[in-house]
Design a protein around this ligand. Structure first.
Ligand SMILES: *Cc1c(COP(=O)(O)O)cnc(C)c1O
Length: 381
């Protein structure tokens, strides 16, 4: 099939992802690590990230749905995907058959998986999810007393893990500490009935903020992709993993009093050298960046964008860089502009910017040399 030349692309440094995995290990010591690769590895490209991380022996790859689990399984033969949320009844047969990590949040799921496992004449390992404050999934801790005897009647299920999720590890220390205590009580009670291999609570913010002695696994997402959700010392160890680049498709000089973009949302006041760049909101370059003074970096110079972001193109004032020409590359995310900055301008969070990077973008791996120099050497792991 003939493809058009990519006008905008994401350059991913998978070695930086592996480095950041090492930073997680240096923080959590002996605990196991489940890298979270949902949402196309936060916009980085699931396959490449899984391939790179498979080398450093994670315990599972965290995914959001069965389609992502299949993609993980197609690339990694040694690390199973782990479904972080509930599955649909029609998907459970495949999950059980393929040995993917699974959480139970309800008695209905437990019974269904029991039936499937019985049909397979197999004992299925499962993780129990507990809702210790997130309000999204899991059994309630107060259900535990009645749940344990019920579960013991399901002879084809073996509880090998317990998990929960922290809703405010980045903003409410007191609540998070009480949540950790509650989780620990659940874990202790379950551990009296079954041998637990995996106990996991913390995502990136929890990893950076809290010691959770009862846990032996962590689930980092954002920090693997070089961004810390909380200000902290270890944040400096993380390396950026992604650059967003787009091509200059046209350069012209517009006269004074000429409108730029829909709504003529920018008006030139003097002759202005305007570059048109091949990226728009359909690629994940948010429409709300319009009029916020967001810059793009061309030939090492920050050039302000002009007028509204359109679906496929944006315009930038390159008057300060007369040598700019068609085919030049503009950096939109990278050392000249960080995801955190863009998220702040858009009134959102870095996760949202990363995962908004659309399927039309070409994704490619790069050599680390093409990335901004790392501030510190990688720790041993
Ligand atoms: C997405 C997710 C994570 C990863 O979260 P980050 O904040 O990106 O580290 C971990 N656990 C669960 C259950 C998730 O849904």
């Amino acid at each position: 099939m003939e493809e058009s030349l990519p006008r905008a692309r994401v350059e991913v440094d998978t070695r930086a992802v592996v480095h950041n995995f090492g930073v997680v290990r240096s923080i959590v010591g002996d605990a196991r690590v489940m890298p979270v690769v949902k949402a196309d590895a936060y916009g980085h490209g699931l396959e490449e990230v899984v391939r790179a991380l498979d080398e450093v022996s994670p315990s599972f790859f965290g995914v959001a749905n069965v389609a992502e689990a299949r993609r993980v399984a197609a690339v990694s033969s040694k690390t199973p995907p782990f479904l972080l949320g509930p599955s649909a009844p029609g998907e459970r047969e495949e999950i059980a058959r393929r040995g993917w990590g699974v959480t139970l949040s309800s008695w209905e799921e437990a019974q269904h998986f029991e039936n499937i496992a019985a049909g397979m004449q197999h004992v299925l390992p499962v993780h129990l999810a507990f809702d210790t404050g997130m309000g999204r999934e899991g059994f309630l801790p107060e259900e535990l007393g009645s749940l344990l005897p019920q579960l013991s009647s399901l002879s084809h299920l073996r509880v090998e893990g317990v998990m929960s999720h922290m809703p405010c590890a980045d903003e409410d220390e007191e609540f998070s500490r009480s949540q950790i205590r509650l989780f620990e009580q659940c874990v202790n009670e379950i551990a009296q009935h079954t041998e637990l291999h995996f106990v996991h609570l913390a995502a990136s913010a929890g990893i950076l903020r809290f010691k959770i002695p009862c846990a032996n696994m962590v689930r980092p997402g954002l920090m693997l992709y070089g961004v810390s959700p909380v200000p902290c010392l270890q944040a400096k160890e993380l390396r950026p993993t992604l650059r967003l680049l787009a091509t200059v498709t046209l350069v012209r000089t517009l006269p004074p009093e000429h409108g730029v973009s829909y709504g003529r949302s920018y008006m030139t006041s003097a002759p202005t050298r305007v570059a048109t760049i091949g990226i728009g909101y359909a690629d994940g370059w948010r429409r709300c960046f319009s009029g916020k003074g967001v810059c793009v970096c061309i030939r090492g110079v920050k050039c302000p964008t002009l007028g509204r972001v359109t679906m496929d193109q944006i315009m930038a004032d390159v008057s300060a860089v007369p040598e700019v020409q068609t085919g030049d590359e503009a950096e939109l995310i990278g050392s000249s502009q960080q995801v955190e900055e863009l998220a702040r301008l858009a009134g959102t969070i870095p996760w949202d910017i990363f995962t908004g990077l659309g399927p039309r973008l070409n994704r490619c791996s790069c050599h680390p040399a093409a990335m901004p120099a790392a501030p510190s050497p990688p720790p041993h792991f």
